[in-house]
Design a protein around this ligand. Sequence first.
Ligand code: SAM
Length: 289
Amino acid sequence: MTDTHRKDLPTPRAIGAPGRVKEVASAANPIVKDIRALSQKRHRDETGLFLVEGLKLVLDGLEAGWQLKTLVVAKAALEGGSETLMRAVSRAVALGTDVLEASNKVLEAITRRDNPQTAVGVFQKQLTPLMKFDLAAGRVAVALDRVRDPGNLGTILRTADAAGAEAVILIGDCVDPFSLETVRATMGSIFAVPIIRTKEADFLAWRAGFQGKLFGTHMTGTTDYREPDYGASATLLMMGNEQAGLTAGLAESCDLLVRIPQIGRADSLNLAVATGIMLFEARRGALSL
Ligand code: SAM
């Protein structure tokens, strides 16, 4: 690894110490190895960090005030004169973030993809504690029981963002919201929707003091999902696991179990699709749809 500070980069207007710009050409570099390891949940848990691919998503994260620890950028794109990339580098350096100018090979190794994006950000994870979460009347949030599919979770976070939901609560053994696949599927919404992780027992304890209405979605629900007046109070929509639906304990904790009517041969809807339908119905008043 060469460790040269690029003199052609704009001087950062740093408040604290500016970040350093380094060049890395080899995937065997220890910093690159640490970044690559973030594809594993164990390393994300240990470090509290996660990876974000693509300049737009990195800028979304910065805009939302999330802490960018390291920015990896494609050396070739920088040398090719990409102004947006250059601006992102300046901004990162000014914030005290270290920047790595990487070869294409290094970016391929980090993202495990051919044709990698020109920027990859290493961000600090952020979670909201359930005990600090309060849902006001007229607002909507989503609770997911043991969601297992990263694509589903990413799509749900993106949809929750689009529908103006206040939070997504992950109950029980859910897939990691900060996995590369989930973050990809959120298309930037990972930074927009507060995420809460909780055990089922802790959720049920919190639920006992929840003043709003808890609507469970269930294949055996007897109420059409279009019947309730979701705007009347704080609304929490609860969705079940892809295979097993809701646990008996969670289903019992609901004020009402609703069903989305289906015709055709499918047993059920995809979890993310069902969540989208519920969210946009519950937010119909707010969205004037
Ligand atoms: N075999 C599972 C069951 O019987 O519950 C199907 C689970 S479904 C793939 C995943 C989740 O999506 C369900 O637990 C529920 O929350 C929601 N869902 C899917 N289709 C639905 C429908 N027609 N009505 C209400 N909820 C639905």
